[in-house]
Ligand binder design. Sequence first.
Ligand code: KG4
Ligand code: ZN
Length: 348
Amino acid sequence: MGKTRNTLRVARILGIETSCDETAAAVVEDGRLALSNVVASQAEMHAKYGGVFPEIASRQHIKVIDSVVSEALSQAHLELSDIDAIAVTRGPGLPGSLVVGLNMAKGLALGSNKPLYGINHLEGHLYSACVGLGEVNGDAPQFPLLALIVSGGHTELVLMKDHLRYERLGGTLDDAAGEAFDKVARLLGLAYPGGPSIQKAAESGNPAAFGLPRAWLPGTWDFSFSGLKTAVLHQIRALAPDEDPAKLPTADLAASFQEAVVDVLVGKTRKALEEFGAKEVLVAGGVSANKALRMRMQTDLEVPVHVPPMALCTDNAAMIAAAGYFRHSLKRTPFRGLEMDIEPGWAL
Ligand code: KG4
Ligand code: ZN
């Protein structure tokens, strides 16, 4: 794809993402080169609630969506008329948040007469691993590809036999991996979002300090993290019955918890790789920013492992634009046009 860049006309997609607590817009060329990537995060506004407060999220999206989209176009040095198509997250996500992005995208598509594509947020996460910031990111993936999506809302193991073709192998039965990081961080008195806080605390901890449980769920491709979270809670109660966080070996608990999550994610991915003979692995979603997970995936698996650039692991619109490019160029989508509605519970 990179070699034909100068001879064929490029396709530039404007992506819009508002499924949770990030208001984001980006312009991506040919699904691989981010010309801009603007993310207005609300994380600080939700921090005191220890999670996303939906009403606050949708109000904030309304406040900033116009300027976020304008900024994405201006950073790419483009006008709306230079764009080939618009891609927007249609679900899964918070209804009041999704509707802000979709209405904005519909207005832009109507006003500019450009095609509009509705993108599944999880598909966006998968395509985040194809995008580079300011440069083309690697080669096209080889299929069959085994993909692990690990975010605050999802833990999904997916087999891709081709672009935009998904076979869901399994997923979490209770908490998502990122949700487990967030909940355990809260138990340890660490800041939200919990993933980065636990990763930081774990740096000075011993991952073997506490023997925490791993739910292998043999014979399935499913995951479960709620038992692990409860085990951490029991440890905390045993170590600090008066709930004084100063008495806790926070670094050791964080490191042991992180190790347990990484063991299961890498172990089950390796097993599925053997079973389905995938040529490559792709890990995406907020938790794919985790350094221990990235490292173990690279060292423990014998096939190439694609991960997104750090800035594209958590929610962003470049990934939505990239998925939109493949939908646009491969002409494979039933989800387009102004009649589209949001789909808050949309499965991949
Ligand atoms: O993909 P994302 O931005 O939003 C969803 O679609 O859910 O993922 C957010 C999740 C949060 O649970 C956050 O704690 C987790 O990703 N996360 C991490 C790291 N950075 C973000 N988890 C572990 N290690 C990290 N470095
Ligand atoms: Zn996400």
